[in-house]
Design a protein around this ligand. Structure first.
Ligand SMILES: [Zn+2]
Length: 237
């Protein structure tokens, strides 16, 4: 294969390698994963807090239930006393009646509080369920992200290795002087040390090429450099 064609191929491989390294973008992917972990941790904390709150609420609803039962029992006893005391004085009867009425009032109040607690317990339970579902979805998304990251990294690494091997292969086929020249100009133009002569102009700097040089480039007997940008000029294949 002609030196020019090999050089052009080498340049294409270098450009591909550069593109691939950009595509790899593992930093962005890792950043995204870290953000996800942060959200998961915050949600887990909230979830634990809610769970603690729920346990407390359930405890107090049980307490309230017991209290209501106890009060019911007391009212019953008090009412029995009232019936038994029918022969008592009016003052005694009124006193007992008032006491029963007051107790019934207290029970109503306690029951209202109890229902409030029960409602809160239900709300917390449904919130917790939502949090649990959210957490599950977030964890799945995170795990998928990790798999995707690993997959991409492995694929890119493999492709990069292949590209480097191909470059080595071409370098072996190149004449040492041609390779030396390529590498020297590459230090100035890392991605395109090779320019193609198109319609009498250099594809690197777009300046027109003197006709004598254009002839030399076309003949391809030796490697020519663009007078203007110093890239290696090759003929359009
Ligand atoms: Zn040029």
């Amino acid at each position: 294969m002609g030196q020019e064609k090999l050089l052009l191929e080498l340049q294409e491989l270098i450009q591909k390698e550069h593109e691939l390294k950009r595509k790899e973008d593992s930093i962005a992917m890792l950043k995204e994963l870290k953000e996800k972990i942060k959200v998961i941790e915050a949600t887990q904390k909230k979830y634990a807090e809610f769970k603690g709150e729920l346990a407390e609420m359930e405890k107090s609803s049980l307490k309230q239930e017991k209290q209501i039962n106890y009060m019911d029992q007391q009212v019953k006893t008090e009412k029995e006393r009232l019936y038994k005391n029918k022969g008592g004085s009016l003052k005694e009867l009124l006193g007992l009646q008032q006491s029963v009425a007051k107790m019934e009032e207290d029970i109503k109040e306690e029951e209202a509080q109890y229902w409030e607690t029960v409602t809160k317990v239900e709300t917390l339970k449904s919130d917790l369920k939502k949090y649990k579902e959210n957490l599950k979805a977030m964890k799945e998304s995170y795990n998928e992200g990790v798999r995707e990251y690993k997959r991409t990294k492995a694929e890119v690494e493999l492709e990069l290795t292949q590209l480097v091997l191909k470059q080595e292969d071409i370098k072996e086929q190149l004449q040492p002087e041609a390779l030396k020249l390529f590498e020297r100009i590459q230090s100035k133009y890392p991605l395109n040390p090779i320019a193609i002569m198109k319609k009498g102009s250099c594809s690197g700097c777009h300046m027109s090429i003197p006709s004598i040089q254009a002839m030399e480039v076309k003949q391809g007997k030796k490697l020519c450099l663009c007078d203007n940008c110093q890239r290696i000029l090759i003929s359009n294949f």
